[in-house]
Design a protein around this ligand. Structure first.
Ligand code: NAD
Length: 255
């Protein structure tokens, strides 16, 4: 799908990191970008810089997502592009100091990362399905989810995070199949190590050591490189139902 001028795009987690880079990239390509995030301060700032709109949305709450999409439709129209980047990654082992993993924490991670992606994708797709088809293929919209290489090589302490990202990987093909008749494509990016605020908070030597673990190029990924792939997925109609690793060939060690 060509990113037309004024095409509406929703980016979750758009206030920071990978989502922010995607939002900036889509805005530069001409889209009207709506940010869904729970961080209003950063979200408003990014939205102002890209002439977009910020919506305070908790993706894990279906009603909050509904209100966010309703505001987008009112203000700009139904989206043709949705990029799900909102996510959290607290660390906790299955058993630690004799105590079982807090089930509420496990549920929270699944709630934000997996159910949050599902809420936005399913509700976004319902809006896309009502739009006019575009071009020779009759495309109506594109959804890009964000998993992680932890879906395949979750490290010690990542049991909840890896389960949530594995769920996104598993959701990708059936969702693409469900939505094929509507002309809506679904792909997922599984990033390796990217230099976002999370990793920027680590000491430089730790960042350098993490970067050296990447076979080539031996450095942390730049969020702009993630945004470039998200844009390519939107623009390439043959990409559908696939999970693409974007990781410089890293395979994470147990710890
Ligand atoms: P980040 O913390 O910089 O950005 C995540 C954004 O999501 C934040 O703005 C946060 O406010 C928002 N968010 C969190 N919970 C939310 C909720 N319930 N509702 C709405 N917004 C919410 O992180 P990032 O590094 O940019 O990560 C983005 C995505 O990429 C995440 O899903 C993460 O798991 C995934 N990922 C990142 C890396 C990496 O190396 N940075 C690697 C693999 C996967």
């Amino acid at each position: 799908m060509q990113i037309g001028q004024d095409m509406v795009a929703v980016v979750t987690g758009g206030a920071s990191g990978l989502g922010e880079a995607v939002a900036r990239g889509l805005a530069a390509a001409g889209a009207r970008v709506a940010l869904f995030d729970r961080d209003a301060e950063k979200g408003e700032r990014v939205a102002a810089e890209i002439a977009g709109r910020f919506h305070a949305v908790d993706v894990s709450d279906a009603e909050s997502v509904r209100a966010g999409f309703a505001a987008v439709v009112d203000g700009a129209g139904a989206p043709r592009i949705l990029v799900n980047c909102a996510g959290i990654g607290p660390a906790a082992k299955t058993v630690s100091k004799g105590a079982a993993h807090d089930p509420a924490l496990f549920a929270q991670v699944i709630g934000v990362n997996l159910i949050g992606s599902f809420n936005c994708a399913s509700q976004g797709a319902a809006l896309m399905a009502a739009l006019a088809p575009l071009g020779a293929d009759g495309e109506r919209g594109v959804i890009v989810n964000t998993a992680s290489v932890a879906a395949y090589e979750g490290q010690v302490g990542q049991v909840a995070y890896a389960a949530s990202k594995g769920g996104i990987v598993g959701m990708t093909l059936p969702m693409a199949r469900d939505l094929a008749g509507h002309g809506i494509r679904v792909c997922t990016i599984a990033p390796g190590l990217f230099l976002t605020p999370l990793l920027k908070g680590l000491p430089q030597e730790v960042q350098d050591s993490l970067g050296r673990q990447v076979p080539f190029p031996p450095r942390l990924g730049d969020p702009v490189e993630f945004a470039a792939l998200a844009r390519h997925i939107v623009e390439n109609p043959m990409l559908n139902g696939e999970v693409i690793r974007l990781d410089g060939a890293i395979r994470m060690a147990p710890r």
